[in-house]
Design a protein around this ligand. Structure first.
Ligand code: BDR
Ligand code: CA
Length: 313
């Protein structure tokens, strides 16, 4: 089996960090060509630093990390320090990374990689606002048919919003970028809040991370423990949703997930619904299906397989 080539576009964030670790723990299935940082949970200087911290934690200081767009396409940046802490990776004490940030801009890396790799062999995995991806598409439309697939964390339908009553954070922060990506005609899969709210890092699951007994296991337990405080209070649930790793898990184990191929549109007009993913789950419109929208997963399998993979690092 040849490994599937992916680019992880990310705004770490503790859950982004776990997603990166899961990908790097799975080299037989996934070849990470590079990590592109975008402004989102925290500003770009921090997300591009955090991505390197995670690579070093995984023992992969050789992996190229690129800094991308520092603000959404058409509006000021909204961040989420209230969830992720001041650094974006609050929880355990993290050391300064020593591996370099690449000189090339993330958008140029995405364009160059899609042009140089064989057509249809690179999958994009956005875990934050879609600014880098949409900017690359706008600047170089020739890359669009070369993209194998886009598997992203973002949106919500049944769970509606987490940053406004109607919108999920990643789509809300750069709704113009999301609209642009949806218009591309690419093969797009959403891992929305509808599925991530079933991936709860309960105490037993956090304990299992810690029980790995390694630096990675301890760090992941402390990260999930950190943003659990906020989400448990907000939702009154047994643990915080571990959003972004579902993207990588979907690539590794699609049999754990279920969803529908439906029409999804991004609301842009009304401030009340800005960034809402209007998903035609019940197929009540005649708008054509343009995305796969995942709704459920086998959470026990997800956490046990994730824990097993993290133990390999
Ligand atoms: C998404 O927003 C961020 O806070 C998380 O990293 C995740 O990508 C969830 O809405
Ligand atoms: Ca994220």
């Amino acid at each position: 089996m040849t490994a599937r080539k992916i680019i992880i576009d990310t705004d770490p964030g503790q859950d982004d960090a776990v997603a990166i670790l899961l990908a790097l723990a799975s080299p037989e299935e996934l070849e990470v060509l590079g990590i592109t940082a975008v402004a989102g949970n925290v500003p770009l200087p921090l997300t591009s630093k955090n991505a390197r911290i995670v690579c070093e934690l995984a023992g992969r200081p050789d992996l190229p990390v690129y800094a991308g767009c520092d603000a959404p396409m058409a509006r000021p940046l909204v961040t989420a320090e209230h969830v992720h802490g001041k650094t974006g990776l609050d929880g355990p004490e993290m050391i300064e990374p020593t591996m370099p940030l690449q000189d090339q801009h993330a958008v140029d890396f995405i364009i160059e990689t899609l042009r140089s790799e064989p057509e249809g062999t690179v999958t994009l995995c956005p875990l934050g606002p879609l600014t880098n991806i949409a900017t690359a598409m706008e600047r170089a439309p020739d890359i669009i048919p070369r993209i194998q697939a886009i598997v992203l964390m973002g949106g919500a339908y049944f769970e509606v919003g987490n940053i406004t009553p109607s919108a999920e954070f990643n789509i809300y922060v750069d709704p113009e970028a999301a609209k642009h990506v949806m218009a591309s005609g690419c093969d797009i899969t959403f891992l929305p809040l509808d599925v991530t709210h079933h991936a709860l890092a309960t105490q037993a699951r956090v304990d299992a991370f810690r029980a790995i007994g390694t630096e990675v296991g301890r760090t992941v337990a402390e990260w999930t423990g950190f943003f659990e405080r906020f989400d448990k209070e907000k939702y009154g649930s047994a643990g915080a949703p571990l959003h972004d790793p579902t993207v990588i898990a979907y690539l590794l184990w699609p049999e754990l997930f279920s969803g529908r191929h439906i029409n999804v549109e991004i609301a842009l007009e009304d401030p009340l619904t800005l960034g809402m993913t209007v998903a035609d789950w019940w197929r009540v419109s005649d708008r054509p299906a343009n995305a796969t929208f995942i709704r459920d997963l086998d959470a026990d399998q997800f956490f046990s397989r994730l824990t097993e993979r993290l133990a390999r690092l």
